[in-house]
Design a binder for this molecule. Structure first.
Ligand SMILES: Cc1cc2nc3c(=O)[nH]c(=O)nc-3n(C[C@H](O)[C@H](O)[C@H](O)COP(=O)(O)O)c2cc1C
Length: 335
């Protein structure tokens, strides 16, 4: 396991290798986070919210970053391009939610975000990136601030090392690095060498991200002396068991069996209840259409699950949906 690094964050240190659930807008809502926490995710980060949206109390924005005590340690992630406004938004979050840390997004590749000189585009304006980090840090003396970056804009401008130094100098307490460039989007291999180089250069913990759930890769990361943790994104979608499985693998060296059918159906029912209880569930009233893809994702690759998926599609309201799920669960128990 990696050696202890300088950090106020107690989930890092000697003998520890925390697994983060990556922030994923539209997916890592409060219900999905609960599910992943149950199955072994150690640290969670909210999906990103625009600082300006928070400051003007835009509809649903506070609900997006809400979390439960069970989900701690929990970070809230914001993005924006103006240091003072970012600091103001961070302060508002600290006062209202008291997260365990505040995370700054310097990695979002979306055109809408980069056009506004936020997210990944700040990797092309490192002085401004540093100012944002510093302003937020000074605004939050009592809440650790962390950052998430990509390795650069494109292969000709890999700036992870320079960015890591700036962020550490500005007082960031940890750094998550997605090992792809902005131009790669979400495709292609993530460059673990760049991530590990930054991890060696920095005193603060570096968290590796970018298809890290590959067994060999996670074994290498957890047993090397560079990265202090790993962050899993798409590998957890429809697959919240990944965290416990990785932990077991790291303990035993054996690839653990996939979850049983019963475990999958139990998780499905639990997730449906959490979704209905979530702020979004409360505002959607009788509609369950928004829940269907989220639920069906948990059945992906499951043989003979077509009938169950069709039944979920045919449920028209929460009562019908829960009846369908109870029926599926009873059938599986009787197998
Ligand atoms: C649908 C989707 C939404 C995402 N939203 C965010 C976000 O809100 N904040 C963020 O820092 N990264 C976001 N990401 C990037 C992920 O956190 C992660 O860095 C990326 O998916 C690479 O990790 P992976 O290969 O394990 O999926 C998003 C990725 C996806 C696929």
């Amino acid at each position: 396991m990696p050696s202890a690094k300088n950090s106020r964050l107690p989930w890092f240190g000697e003998g520890k290798f925390p697994l983060y659930l990556a922030p994923m807008a539209g997916f890592t809502d409060i219900a999905f986070r609960h599910l992943c926490k149950r199955f072994g995710a150690d640290v969670m980060v909210s999906e990103f919210v625009m600082c300006e949206a928070l400051l003007r109390d835009a509809p649903n924005v506070w609900e997006t970053i809400e979390f439960t005590e069970f989900q701690r340690p929990m970070g809230v992630q914001i993005f924006g391009s103006e240091p003072d406004r970012m600091a103001e938004a961070a302060k508002a979050i600290e006062e209202r939610l008291r997260p365990d840390f505040l995370d700054l997004n310097f990695g979002c590749p979306s055109e809408k975000v980069t056009r506004a000189e936020a997210g990944c585009s700040l990797l092309r304006n490192l002085p401004l990136l540093g100012k944002i980090a510093g302003a937020v840090r000074h605004a939050l003396p009592n809440t650790p601030v962390t950052a998430k970056i990509r390795i650069g804009w494109d292969t000709d401008s890999i700036v992870a090392s320079e960015t890591g130094k700036i962020l550490e100098d500005e007082g960031m307490e940890a750094l998550a690095i997605h090992g792809r460039t902005r131009m790669q989007g979400y495709k292609g291999d993530a460059d673990m060498e760049v991530i590990e180089t930054v991890a060696r250069e920095r005193k603060i913990p570096v968290i590796a991200n970018g298809s890290v759930e590959d067994w060999e890769r996670i074994h290498h990361l957890a047993n090397g002396a560079t990265c202090a943790g790993a962050m899993i994104g798409r590998g957890a979608l429809g697959n919240p068991w990944i965290f416990d499985r990785i932990k077991e693998f790291l303990r035993t060296g054996e690839i653990p069996p996939a979850p049983t059918l019963e475990e999958r159906i139990e998780a499905l029912c639990f997730f449906a209840e959490e979704l209905l209880r979530s702020p979004l569930g409360q505002t959607r009233g009788d509609s369950v259409a928004w829940m269907r893809p989220k639920l069906k994702a948990l059945l992906k690759d499951l043989p003979h699950s077509r009938k169950a998926r069709v039944a979920i599609d045919q449920a028209n309201n929460p009562t019908e949906l829960m009846t369908v799920l109870e029926t599926i669960s009873a059938r599986v128990a009787a197998l």
